[in-house]
Design a protein around this ligand. Structure first.
Ligand code: ZN
Length: 205
């Protein structure tokens, strides 16, 4: 990890877990504001990014976007490391992305189960592009451009959607796939894990 990407410890700013806004809160339907490099570099924004990461980790999310903690800023984070909520998801290093754009690199989609920290207890199937390019800034304002594939591509599309005021439930085309978390585990998980492995074999990460 580039030392500049490390959390800003030692300045008196301790770990802070923020309150996560739930479905129905208008902030989740707000289009997030783009940041200037000056705004991004501001100490308060950098401290907020640390808090956003801490909040994602505390909630065991695969990612989180600023509107989910009540801020209409175009900032989101993804980090997947053997996540117990999504044991079939490939690992993704901690990625902070600011002012992102997402470009599909294929028309191929797959139907994947998603969940969301702002939609507690519910999962459902969403069609996601299986190859996308993400163009954004990192937390230092440096240009960031990478390709994401398979389930990882879906994760980045999910977080990008949050910055447009879109939730995964908006994209559930077949509402009969909606399931509580427990019922996903009991009735759908085994079949979906097989699908997830096939997606990774076909599209990679
Ligand atoms: Zn979400």
């Amino acid at each position: 990890m580039d030392p500049a990407d490390k959390p800003q410890g030692g300045d008196g700013h301790g770990m802070a877990v923020l309150d996560i806004k739930m479905l129905g809160d208008p902030i989740l339907r707000t289009v997030a504001r783009q940041l200037t490099r000056e705004q991004l570099a501001d100490a308060s924004t950098q401290a907020f990014i640390d808090d956003l990461v801490d909040t994602m980790h505390a909630a065991r999310g695969a990612g989180i976007a600023a509107p989910q903690v009540g801020r209409d800023l175009s900032i989101a984070v993804v980090h997947i490391e053997d996540n117990p909520r999504y044991p079939y998801k490939p690992n993704v290093p901690l990625t902070v992305f600011v002012n992102p754009r997402i470009t599909p690199l294929t028309r191929a989609t797959a139907s994947v189960y998603e969940g969301c920290l702002s939609v507690p207890g519910i999962r459902g199937r969403v069609d996601r592009f299986m190859r996308v390019r993400v163009d954004a800034w990192d937390r230092r304002g440096r240009e960031l451009s990478f390709e994401a594939r398979g389930l990882t591509a879906g994760t980045f599309q999910h977080e990008f959607d949050h910055l447009q005021g879109v939730l995964f439930v908006d994209r559930v085309t077949d509402p009969t796939t909606l399931s509580t978390w427990d019922n996903f585990e009991a009735h759908h998980r085994d079949a979906f894990v097989k699908e997830a492995l096939a997606i990774q074999a076909k599209f990679g990460q």
